[in-house]
Structures are given as structure tokens and as C-alpha cells.
Design a protein around this ligand. Structure first.
Ligand code: COA
Length: 372
């Protein structure tokens, strides 16, 4: 079976930054508007007054300091509280495809590979812009890639599950060069009017190029092994779906955006992830001391601190477990790949590291790599 290598990675960073202070100022203006508009109902006890948000809470609860978005104006408009993207005609590139192509081009340039030599494109992300045709097939055409392409969604774990799928296909011989692309327009599914979660997400796109060993000209990391696991939970859920018309539910409903029971997620996902990583390492005879770096999913700083300590059996040293969530916030499936793309160049040949993502499903995916 062919060895599989990662020979390039890319990150497309959106043009606009929203700092916590900007986010909170707009949210609090929205709260004032809401409470003033509903003053009578609130006084009569029929409507619950909304409480303001705070930058200090956001940093303390999550470690997030800012996020990138594709549209800032609509998102911060207290009368709108949601991004505004002009609809695109069917013959124009869609938003996710455009973002995904930008990240893919970076990954291809790093590897020195022409897009026409790619024979598998997987778009692995939490949300797809439309039901079909697949985003991946559109990207395949925009890049002039060959072979075949498909979309997959395992929420925040999509990228690692995508890497496993691509690596297995390369090993099995059905593909030779694969792009795993994760465009995340999280701003579209976030409820910006809910203070419990309005600070959580940011937009981005990432891409990883995987190649069979016999054709890789510029391999960066060998994929030693992958492991994926799932366990059903309703604690992170979004009920938006194509049956809404059949359900006589055309109006927006709160549960048609991102919903989570954050406390339960925190408590249940941490042991799941720690055990998963440990059993992946045990299965492959890798000990924690062999790992020079952990590139973890970027949802919450305390979660990463906890997982790093559990996996390594000690406090991770500076740089051993790089966080990017302070700058990008939670970018769903893309988070661990941003950390990998931005903090892997300095590893020496033979150094091993582990990419791990986790989230809705629940789902957890891990990839052990070795610097070439
Ligand atoms: N500003 C100020 N106060 C806020 C607030 C905000 N934006 N949002 C919530 N609060 C308040 C709450 O109302 C609560 O008040 P109370 O104690 O009077 O009830 C208090 O702050 C604590 O809220 P809580 O939701 O319990 O905070 P937390 O410490 O659990 O942090 C999360 C919230 C979401 C950051 C945290 O639970 C988390 O990271 N969970 C896992 C998230 C995750 O990984 N999700 C995966 C998504 S892919």
C-alpha cells in the first residue's frame, strides 16, 4: 500500500476582523433596542429582558479575542445581527468555493503541484452553501482538477475525517493526489443575537494536499495513521434542513442556527477526546513523549489546556500546543488545520505530531504525522 504524505497546507483568512469590544458594543446596542421595543411585554412579565454581553466574560470563558468574518457591516448592525452576502448567480463561483479555492491554491503552491494533477477533491465542512451539486465538484472545476470530488460533513471534525478518507483512498489506489478543503462560513449559522454563543465562531478556509509517496516531490509530513470515532449527542445541534417546507416551518426558528449546551459539551467531550487520543497512540505504539506537537481543535482555551495536560501527562510547554483561537475564534473544522499550517514549519525531520479535531456528533478525529 502506498505511503501518504501531506505536502502542502493553506489558509484563506477573510478580510474583516471583529474584536470582542466591537462585537460586544453591537450586541449591547441590539439588546437596548430589543428591550426598548419590548418594554411593555417585559414589564408585564411576558417577555424576558435580554442581558448584555461583556468582553471580559468572553476572554475568560473561551480565550477568544477576535474573529475574522467575510462581512462585518451586516453582522455588527444592531438592527440586523447577521452577515449580508449578495446572492450569486448559478454561473458565478459560490462563496464557499471561492474561499476554498484560495486556500487550495496556497496548499498547491507550497507543494509545487499543479491543480490539474489533483485527482480527488473533498470539501469537508460543517455547512454546505446549497444541497447540490457538491461544493467539491464546483471547486474541482474551478481548479481544473481531474478525478472525482465529493462533500462530507462531520461538523467540527470534518477535516480530520476528510484526511482519513483521502489517505485511505490513496492507500487503496482510487486516488493519488487529494485536496481536503474546509471552507467555513460559520457567520451564516451563528445566532449573533444570543449572548451565550455570539462570540464563538469566525470564518476561514483551509486546505491540505495529500499525495502518494511515489509521486510526492516535496513531502512535508508522512501520515503515520488516522483514527476517527463518533457517539450520538444532541448537545450541539442545528435543525435547519430541507424538510422545513414539509414541516410548515418557513419562518426562522432559534434551533435552525447553531445551538449548544456548552457546559455539557465541555464535560462530555473532554473525556471522549482524551480517551480517543490515548487509544489511538496505544494502538500504534506511539507514546506521548514521542509527540513534539499537538494541533488541537480550536473551540476553547481551557478545553485545549485540559486535553494537552491529559495527553502529555504534564503541562504543555509554550509552543508545544499552539492555539490560534485567540485570533480566529472557533472556525469549526478548520481550527486544527490552521494551527497545523501556521505552526509546523519549525519541526525537525523525524519529529511526530498529532492533529485532533472534535465537536458535534459527537465526533473526534486524529491524525499522527511525522516530519519528513
Ligand atoms: N457575557 C456575559 N455573561 C455571559 C455571557 C456573555 N456573553 N454568556 C453567558 N454569560 C453568563 C451566563 O448567563 C452565566 O450566568 P449565570 O451563572 O448567572 O447563569 C455565566 O455567564 C456562565 O455561563 P456559562 O454558559 O455557564 O459559561 P461557560 O463558562 O460554560 O462558558 C462556553 C461558555 C460556551 C464558552 C463553554 O461552555 C464552552 O466552551 N463549552 C464548549 C464549547 C464547545 O466546544 N463547543 C463546540 C462547538 S463546535
Amino acid at each position: 500500500m502506498a505511503d501518504v504524505f501531506i505536502s502542502g497546507s493553506g489558509v484563506f483568512t477573510p478580510p474583516h476582523v471583529i474584536t470582542n469590544d466591537e462585537l460586544v458594543a453591537s450586541f449591547n446596542a441590539y439588546v437596548e433596542l430589543f428591550n426598548a421595543e419590548n418594554a411593555e411585554g417585559i414589564a408585564a412579565g411576558e417577555i424576558e429582558a435580554k442581558a448584555p454581553s461583556s468582553s471580559d466574560f468572553i476572554v475568560a470563558a473561551s480565550g477568544i479575542e477576535q474573529r475574522y468574518v467575510m462581512d462585518k457591516e451586516g453582522t455588527l448592525d444592531p438592527a440586523r445581527m447577521c452577515p449580508r452576502y449578495a446572492p450569486r448567480a448559478d454561473d458565478e463561483p459560490s462563496l464557499m468555493a471561492e474561499m476554498g479555492c484560495a486556500a487550495a491554491k496556497d496548499a498547491l503552491a507550497q507543494a509545487g503541484v499543479d491543480s490539474s494533477d489533483v485527482d480527488l477533491v473533498i470539501v469537508a465542512a460543517s455547512n454546505m452553501e446549497r444541497a447540490y451539486p457538491a461544493m467539491a465538484v464546483e471547486i474541482q472545476q474551478l481548479l481544473d482538477a481531474g478525478g472525482f470530488a465529493f462533500d462530507m460533513n462531520v461538523a467540527c471534525s470534518s477535516a480530520t475525517f476528510g484526511i482519513q478518507a483521502a489517505a485511505d483512498m490513496i492507500r487503496g489506489g482510487s486516488a493519488t493526489r487529494a485536496l481536503v478543503i474546509s471552507p467555513e462560513v460559520t457567520s451564516g449559522h451563528l445566532e449573533w443575537r444570543d449572548r451565550d454563543c455570539h462570540f464563538i465562531f469566525g470564518d476561514v478556509a483551509t486546505a491540505v494536499l495529500l499525495e502518494a509517496g511515489d509521486i510526492a516531490q516535496n513531502p512535508q509530513f508522512k501520515v503515520l495513521s488516522t483514527a476517527c470515532a463518533t457517539q450520538f449527542s444532541n448537545n450541539i445541534r442545528n435543525n435547519f434542513g430541507f424538510l422545513r417546507r414539509a414541516h410548515d416551518q418557513m419562518d426562522d426558528r432559534r434551533d435552525m442556527q447553531f445551538m449548544q449546551n456548552g457546559r455539557k459539551v465541555f464535560k462530555e467531550v473532554l473525556p471522549l477526546v482524551s480517551k480517543h487520543i490515548k487509544s489511538h497512540l496505544d494502538r500504534d505504539g506511539v507514546v506521548a513523549e514521542d509527540l513534539s506537537r499537538l494541533w488541537l481543535h480550536q473551540a476553547n482555551k481551557s478545553m485545549n489546556d485540559y486535553i494537552g495536560k491529559k495527553v502529555l501527562g504534564r503541562e504543555p510547554e509554550a509552543g508545544e500546543q499552539p492555539n490560534i483561537l485567540q485570533d480566529y475564534a472557533n472556525t469549526s473544522s478548520a481550527g486544527s488545520i490552521i494551527a497545523f499550517a501556521k505552526h509546523s514549519d519549525d519541526l525537525a525531520a523525524g519529529d511526530k505530531g498529532l492533529i485532533c479535531s472534535f465537536g458535534a456528533g459527537y465526533s473526534v478525529g486524529s491524525v499522527i504525522v511525522e516530519r519528513v
